[in-house]
Each structure stands twice: as structure tokens, then as C-alpha cells.
Design a protein around this ligand. Structure first.
Ligand code: RFL
Ligand code: PHB
Length: 392
């Protein structure tokens, strides 16, 4: 098979890139190691920035997001047993975020891809990347017992943190930066109404908690747990009890509990790989960087990489210029490092760190107190949360 762009991975990065390239008449195939149901079964992001919404519109898949997604104008920070609202819309001159699950975005993109008759190879085994340092890169994979090869102009590595794309780059060509946090998030999804109209981010001596949602009838909640916790040891009752203990009295009182639909533990990590281009291979999304979910930035950063990459490839084919491609890595990384900083900061501010001691806890409380009392500090949080502008 011969295509212009071979995309590795059918997560949000790969599917969105595929759709934007298709709109521009660029021919791409997606190679994914899992099945469509497996991809749709991963419950992840819930908050999308305006830039991500704009890109979904540009890709022609925004209709359901506009109909079903919930527009949010603020978040609540809870500490020392009281909640404080950060009015993001007021602080950012009118900006908002939208609650629309990653699962729904993935489904919309998969449906659009199927409707346009575009090729996705699911359940591809032993995917390998070749010759991306020359002019004719190739991707090889096995499917139904046979080996297949794709010849292409470019490879887009959209295959997440554990993917093969970054791993295919020689160690001497790549530099990585990492922080692993000494805790994870235990999350549950339930068909219960959200505790509040807006998200509640809670700092508590027992650990961080987050009350989020997917719709007016579906909630997503998280509690910080230590890395040795096993999901099997967390009955639904134990989860709800722990969450209740970390909330302010009013939220604890109004919390509606119910059976979980999904329950999982995610470790928290900050990670960046530099650069993001190696000859004719580009990394995008979680393949190149990971943020702890506290700032709600992972999917949004993936979308911003895809925006830069799609424009660079479109320029290459339509305007015959390699300028976008040449600047892809540095443009992405400037935005990525700012989101890394914000996600690290939110994580440091809101979690219980085993080694922090009582001094560290007092500093966290003082910072939270300052944050909610200072318009300048609240504005800094709000403008990062709604998403920093692009520097086109
Ligand atoms: P993905 O979603 O990991 O998709 C990569 C795809 O590549 C496939 N793959 C391969 N395919 C072929 N060959 C191989 N060798 C392959 N290896 C892997 C995988 O099967 C998969 O289908 O990466 P992508 O597309 O870059 O998307 C990134 C986002 O998924 C991620 O950043 C977000 O989910 C992060 N995140 C959040 N982001 C937000 O913007 N807002 C949020 O509110 C938010 N909440 C979250 C989150 C992530 C979480 N977890 C579980 C880490 C909440 C949580 C709990
Ligand atoms: C979610 O709804 O899954 C979610 C929301 C906000 C975050 C992280 C996750 O910061």
C-alpha cells in the first residue's frame, strides 16, 4: 500500500489528524494495535478547551459536542472545608471550557472516518517503523497471519506514551524529561447526578479529590491513592466513603452515590520527549508528552500538536514549503512546556505529598488562600485552565 501519511494509533490524536488531512485532500491510513471497542472503552479526559472545540469543528465532527457538551464558566477549589469559586469567564474576558468526554470525541471521529470510507487497520500486531531518516519511510505490521507494508511520505506517531513510534528513535537522537509522582488517581464513573454544577478540585489532608461529570446524569469522581493500592480493594462503598470524607460538609451531604460503571487507577507522571520530529517521523500527543491530569491538559495538548502538524503537512503538499514541518517541534514544545508547568503546579498545590511534612502542607494552604483572594493569582490560574493562545 502507498499513502502520503501513515498514522500510528487511533486515539484522539491519530483520528483527529486523519480527519483534518482528509478534509485537505491528503491521503492517510491509520494503523492501531487495539480493537475499536477497546479504544472506546478507555475512560479518560473530560474537559476540552476552546481550541480543541474549534479543531473538532474544523474537522467537521463538532455537531454532537455542541448539542450535548456542557459549557463551564468556572471551577471550585475546596480546602480547609470550604469551597471557593474561580470565575474563569470573568477572569479571561469571556472564555469557557466544555465538558465532553474523550470517549464521545473518539466515537464522533470514528463515525466520521467510517462515513468517509477512510481506512483504519485495527488489531495490527508487531507494528514497526522503517527508514524515516530517508525519503521513503515504511510501516510494517502483521494482521490475520500476514505481514503488510505501507510506503509513505511521512509517519505521524500518535500512539501514546507506550507506543512504538518514540521507541523507534535512536536513544542518541532524543532527550527525555520526567517526574513521577508518588501517588495515582482512583477514578469511578457512575450514573449519578454531579455534586455541583461545576468541577470541584479538593485539597485535603487525606489526599486530593475531584468531582467531575460527563452529563447532568453521569458523574466522574477521583480520589488520590498511594501507588500500592489495588483497584480490587476498592468497593464502591469504600470509594464513596473516602470521597465524602475529603469534601466540604455541604458537598458531602448532597453527594448522590450509586454503582460504578468503570473503576480504574492511573499513576501520575510528567514527561516530555525532545525533539518531536526525526526526519520524516513526527510525534504528537501522549507519544511525546504526558501531564498529570490535574490541569485537564493532556487531550488539549494532543489537539494542539495535531493542529500544528496538520497545518505543516497541508502547507507541505499545497504550498510546497517545508517551513511548517521544520518549525513543528519547537512550536509545539513552547506550548507543551507551559502546560507541563501548569499541570505540575496544580498537582503540587492540591495533592498530599508523603514527604511534604506539616510545613509543606501549611505552604500549600497559604498558596490556596492567596490564590482565591488575589485577582492576579486567580487570573493566572484561569487563563491557563481555559488554554493559552496559539502563537501563529
Ligand atoms: P492515546 O489516547 O493513548 O492513543 C494512542 C493510541 O495508540 C495505540 N497504540 C498503538 N497503535 C499501533 N501500534 C502500536 N505499537 C501502538 N501502541 C499504542 C493505542 O492503542 C491508542 O489507541 O494518545 P493520544 O491520541 O495522544 O491522546 C492523548 C489523550 O488520551 C490523553 O492526553 C488524555 O486522556 C489525558 N487526560 C486528560 N486530558 C485532558 O485534556 N483533559 C482531561 O480532563 C483529562 N483527564 C486524562 C484525564 C488522562 C487520564 N488517564 C487515564 C491517564 C484523566 C485521566 C484519568
Ligand atoms: C475528568 O472529568 O475526567 C477530568 C476533569 C478534570 C481534570 C481531570 C479529569 O482535571
Amino acid at each position: 500500500m502507498r499513502v502520503q501519511v501513515a498514522i500510528i494509533g487511533a486515539g484522539p490524536s491519530g483520528l483527529l489528524l486523519g480527519q483534518l488531512l482528509h478534509k485537505a485532500g491528503i491521503d492517510a491510513v491509520i494503523v492501531e494495535q487495539r480493537s475499536p471497542d477497546y479504544v472506546l472503552g478507555r475512560i479518560r479526559a473530560g474537559i476540552i478547551e476552546q481550541i480543541t472545540q474549534d479543531l473538532l469543528d474544523e474537522a467537521g465532527v463538532g455537531a454532537r459536542m455542541h448539542k450535548e457538551g456542557l459549557v463551564h464558566h468556572g471551577i471550585e477549589l475546596c480546602f480547609k472545608g470550604a469551597r471557593h469559586r474561580i470565575d474563569m469567564t470573568d477572569l479571561t474576558g469571556g472564555k469557557t471550557v466544555r465538558v465532553y468526554g474523550q470517549t464521545e470525541i473518539t466515537r464522533d471521529l470514528m463515525d466520521a472516518r467510517a462515513a468517509a470510507g477512510l481506512k483504519t487497520v485495527y488489531e495490527a500486531a508487531h507494528v514497526s517503523l522503517h527508514d524515516f531518516d530517508g525519503h521513503r519511510p515504511r510501516v510494517r505490521y502483521e494482521k490475520d497471519g500476514a505481514t503488510h507494508e505501507i510506503e509513505c511520505d511521512f509517519i505521524a506517531g500518535c500512539d501514546g506514551y507506550h507506543g512504538v513510534s518514540r521507541a523507534s528513535v535512536p536513544g542518541s537522537a532524543i532527550q527525555t524529561f520526567e517526574r513521577v509522582y508518588p501517588f495515582g488517581w482512583l477514578g469511578i464513573l457512575s450514573d449519578t447526578p454531579p455534586v455541583s454544577d461545576e468541577l470541584i478540585y479538593t485539597h485535603h489532608e487525606r489526599g486530593f479529590a475531584l468531582c467531575s461529570m460527563r452529563s447532568p446524569t453521569r458523574s466522574r469522581h477521583y480520589v488520590q491513592v498511594s501507588l500500592d493500592e489495588k483497584v480490587e480493594d476498592w468497593s464502591d462503598d469504600r470509594f464513596w466513603d473516602e470521597l465524602r470524607r475529603r469534601l466540604d460538609p455541604e458537598a458531602a451531604e448532597s453527594l448522590v452515590t450509586g454503582p460504578s460503571i468503570e473503576k480504574s487507577i492511573a499513576p501520575l507522571r510528567s514527561f516530555v520527549a525532545e525533539p518531536m520530529r526525526f526526519g520524516r517521523l513526527f510525534l504528537a500527543g501522549d507519544a511525546a508528552h504526558i501531564v498529570p491530569p490535574t490541569g485537564a491538559k493532556g487531550l488539549n495538548l494532543a489537539a494542539s500538536d495535531v493542529r500544528y502538524l496538520s497545518r505543516a503537512l497541508i502547507e507541505f503538499y499545497q504550498d510546497k514549503t517545508a517551513a511548517g514541518i521544520d518549525h513543528y517541534s519547537e512550536k509545539c514544545l513552547r506550548r507543551i512546556w507551559k502546560a507541563e508547568r501548569f499541570s505540575w503546579h496544580m498537582t503540587s498545590l492540591l495533592h498530599h505529598f508523603p514527604d511534604n511534612g506539616s510545613f509543606g502542607r501549611k505552604i500549600q494552604e497559604a498558596e490556596l488562600d492567596y490564590l482565591v483572594g488575589s485577582r492576579a493569582a486567580s487570573t493566572a490560574l484561569a487563563e491557563n485552565y481555559v488554554g493559552l493562545p496559539f502563537e501563529d
